[in-house]
Design a protein. Structure first.
Ligand SMILES: *Cc1c(COP(=O)(O)O)cnc(C)c1O
Length: 420
């Protein structure tokens, strides 16, 4: 069967044969390398970061490979961001500008500092904050900006840094979805004061849970250490260890450090495979009717933690849910919308219910639907294609054919004819 006749045949939702004939490629995540590091961690007879070698080795390798002066390991991506905000001195009543499409782990740390998350809108195509949308939300209370590199596509950090510097506001880069992402030939994290990474189970590389923060600033690095270890200064020969400011226990154990170390050695390979597959997908989907494909930010290298496209409903007479259903019927595991609603629509914001009783400082701010119309539109029309480094050339062919067949089908339906 040639691809032309495949494309013209009825989609699986209308009785056709599903186009995906073989399972998507998959590969084990953990293997002999992780086991060897774990055994060597246990053989140390300590799993505490300050007395073992694994966490320190992870920090040293991560910092030197990415070209940072300092890296501090943490217990999660959320902990990384919280430690960064503590190190920067974000305090109750401060405002922190954040994007409305991200993981709650980007936002919860702002609330834990008693600060007020202020949601700024996104670029309609890169899905990231921009200098303009940030500028529209800056006030005299703004203390920091959390720039999330969504899906692995870098924010336009030059313009964001410019607007932040003009106003004396710190930038935290949330790199949780952006291992291996580059911007202006540097790993992400370089343009902000700090870059925060996650090693949770679902990220490019993982140690179950864990994180790491990179910075070139020695004083921020010193404060990060305190911020992740209850404020205790464990520098050898330091006599005054008593905490000077509020910190949490966000320590990484030697077991996590061991696995993360083995995983980090696999990162380049994981990134180049994901990048190649996803860029090839873009080439195959270019020209299909009604698909708005994700462009990489100029000067950027996208690491494709996932692939987020939008459907143009003026061309395809279908909503994202029905589009995803049709793709699923073909055997392609896309999902509509990414997250179901912008973060500011979560009950915790709309009802100001951070704590069971007593007010949180964010209660002065009203969070309402319509606050970020572009972000709402992105979620409404968004379709997420998962990406994995083990995906094959056959997976690419079948995925592209399914997009071709489904877009052709829906572009031929009338605007009012959504039945199939
Ligand atoms: C995963 C993620 C986090 C939180 O990381 P955890 O390790 O799960 O705490 C924060 N921000 C973004 C953008 C993420 O994708």
């Amino acid at each position: 069967m040639n691809s032309q006749s495949t494309t013209l045949s009825a989609p699986a939702i209308a009785g056709g044969e599903p186009l995906k004939r073989t399972p998507f490629g998959s590969a084990p995540r953990y293997g002999a390398e992780e086991l060897a590091e774990l055994q060597s961690a246990l053989a140390q007879q300590t799993l505490f970061y300050a007395s073992g070698r694994k966490v320190r080795q992870l920090e040293e390798t991560f910092a030197s490979k990415l070209g940072f002066a300092h890296a501090v390991a943490t217990s999660s991506g959320t902990a990384s961001i919280h430690a960064a905000l503590i190190a920067l001195g974000v305090s109750p009543g401060d405002e922190v500008i954040v994007p409305p499409i991200t993981d709650m782990g980007s936002i919860a740390p702002v609330l834990f500092q008693g600060a007020v998350p202020i949601f700024a809108d996104l670029d309609p195509r890169t899905y990231n904050l921009t200098a303009e949308t940030i500028a529209a939300r800056l006030t005299t209370k703004t203390r920091a900006i959390i720039a999330v590199h969504l899906a692995g596509n870098p924010c336009d950090m030059r313009t964001i840094r410019d607007v932040a510097e003009r106003r004396g506001v710190a930038v935290v880069e949330d790199c949780a979805q952006a291992h291996g992402t580059r911007y202006m030939d540097e790993p992400v994290g370089k343009y902000g004061a700090l870059g925060c990474y996650s090693f949770n189970e679902f990220k490019h590389i993982s140690c179950g849970d864990g994180g790491i923060v990179v910075t070139d600033d020695a004083d921020l690095a010193r404060r990060l250490r305190l911020a992740t270890d209850k404020g205790y200064d464990r520098t050898p020969n330091v006599t005054v260890r008593a905490p000077q400011f509020l910190s949490n226990n966000y320590r990484m154990t030697e077991l996590q450090g061991a696995v993360a170390l083995a995983q980090f050695r696999k990162l380049d390979n994981i990134i180049s495979r994901r990048h190649r597959w996803a860029e090839a997908l873009t080439r195959r989907l270019t020209g299909l009717p009604g698909l708005l494909l994700p462009p990489t930010t100029p000067g950027g290298m996208h690491s494709y933690w996932f692939y987020l496209l939008r459907i143009d409903s003026s061309v395809l007479h279908v909503d994202a849910d029905a589009f995803a259903t049709a793709m699923n019927a073909e055997g392609i595991p896309v999902k509509a919308h990414y997250i179901g609603q912008p973060i500011y629509e979560y009950p915790v914001f709309k009802k100001h219910s951070a704590f069971a009783h007593a007010e949180h400082p964010f209660s002065v701010h009203n969070y309402a639907s319509g606050d970020c119309p572009v972000a709402e539109d992105i979620l409404k029309h968004g379709v997420v294609m998962p990406i994995n480094e083990a995906y094959t050339a056959d997976d690419l062919d079948e995925t592209a054919s399914a997009f071709g067949r489904v877009t052709e089908w829906f572009s031929k339906q009338g605007p009012s004819d959504k039945s199939f």
